[in-house]
Ligand binder design. Structure first.
Ligand code: GDP
Ligand code: MN
Length: 377
């Protein structure tokens, strides 16, 4: 789950990570009022959207008087940045930048824990730095059992700074950021740029955080900030109905019982040259109501051209599943081809029941994959 810069900065402030003073605004009038309230000569006007690269898209402007604040607020509000329409802006006290650094804490699969990533080449082109000069990005693994110790934090600080005065500021800053990362179950806490001001202070002037969705139940304060996209909305609704659903954008809608089988089904579709529209695990029942709900979910996806139902009958018997499917499709209106593969307990009886229906019945997994891909063409 993503949050906006202003929300991440709020969390930074709660944990003592230094940030610039800023005020969230929804209109140009509010922006002007915020500018006056900050009482600074120069301020930044920044788009608040769930995507990076706002600076390059024209969503970050430096204003030096009221007229400019109004003008930039007007221009940025309503702007479309990578598909996100700006409905909020942040008015921040402009800082005098001496140098920009990159700092982040992220989960690293290789070391199976959090790592601190650092670079002296912070600012807007960190992706290019990572690609062209990866040696300029330092990674320090943090042992989850002991946390970010003083000596590790100092080792990290020396990667960025040569001056002891800055190292002394950076050490507690990294440790506070790590505490925030762990306590809120974040998957990313990024400062780009962390700036050294002309006054020799370290400040986070941008902040980005993402959180582990599986841990949101224990962070109601974070969950309150959830602004789902249309896709996430759908995934959330599916979750509430007891499904595990992920949209993947392909043309073959999948309805499968069991996560492992769902993964294997997606592989099979890929093998025959098709693309799964989604991952959907409907769990272990053949309840017609559940099948109807799952089908509705699939049919609401405009990309879906074929539905592939792959069911393994263990405790649930295949003939019951077949009955459930026939029952469910009485209430569903669709012209889409439906490929069904049933295997396990009473599979023959199940297939027998499906004979003479409009379902395309397959016996094996590969036959089902092949038939679904053919039907999609
Ligand atoms: P992003 O493009 O979405 O990552 O937005 P940032 O918040 O990182 O801003 C982009 C760039 O704008 C930064 O790298 C800075 O160079 C510049 N910038 C942001 N805030 C300030 C500020 O307060 N003063 C000055 N001089 N530049 C700023
Ligand atoms: Mn940035």
């Amino acid at each position: 789950m993503k949050v906006h810069e202003y929300q991440a900065k709020g969390l930074f402030a709660d944990y003592g990570v230094p940030v610039d003073k800023s005020i969230l605004c929804k209109t140009p009038e509010e922006a002007v009022a915020a500018y006056k309230k900050l009482g600074v000569q120069r301020c930044v006007v920044k788009a608040q959207v769930h995507t990076g690269g706002r600076g390059k898209a024209g969503g970050v402007k430096l204003a030096t008087n009221e007229t400019e604040v109004r003008q930039y607020a007007n221009a940025i509000l309503g702007m479309n940045i990578k598909g996100f329409v700006v409905d909020r802006i942040l008015i921040g006290e402009a800082v005098n930048i001496k140098a920009e650094y990159y700092v982040s804490i992220v989960i690293d699969r290789k070391s199976k824990g959090a790592i601190l990533m650092l670079s002296r080449e912070g600012g807007m082109d960190i992706e290019a730095v990572a690609k062209d000069t990866p040696e300029k990005i330092f990674k320090i693994a943090i042992d989850p059992a002991i946390g970010l110790t003083d000596f590790k934090a100092r080792e990290a600080a020396f990667k960025l700074f040569d001056d002891m005065a800055q190292v002394k500021q950076a050490v507690p800053l990294f440790q506070k950021l790590y505490r925030l990362f762990v306590e809120k179950d974040a998957s990313l806490a990024e400062i780009n740029p962390l700036v050294l001001t002309q006054e020799c202070e370290l400040k986070a002037i941008d902040a980005k955080m993402t959180f582990d969705n599986n841990a949101l139940y224990r962070h109601p304060d974070i969950f309150d900030m959830f602004e789902p996209t249309a896709e996430e909305q759908k995934e959330q609704e599916a979750k509430e109905k007891g499904f595990s659903y992920v949209n993947l954008g392909g043309e073959i809608g999948c309805m499968v019982n069991g996560a492992g089988l769902a993964m294997a089904t997606m592989d099979m579709i890929k093998l025959y040259g098709g693309n799964p529209a989604n991952f959907l695990d409907i769990g272990g029942s053949s309840n017609p109501q559940k099948i109807v709900e799952a089908m509705k979910l699939l049919l609401a996806d405009q990309h879906v051209r074929v539905v592939l139902i792959n069911i393994f009958g263990g405790i649930t018997r295949c003939d019951d599943v077949a009955k459930g499917l026939i029952e469910a499709f009485k209430t569903l209106q669709t012209n889409l081809p439906i490929v069904i593969r049933l295997t396990g307990t009473n599979e023959k009886e199940g297939r027998e029941l499906l004979k003479g229906t409009s379902f395309i019945v397959a016996e094996t997994m590969s036959e089902a994959g092949r038939k679904a891909v053919e039907a999609a063409r």
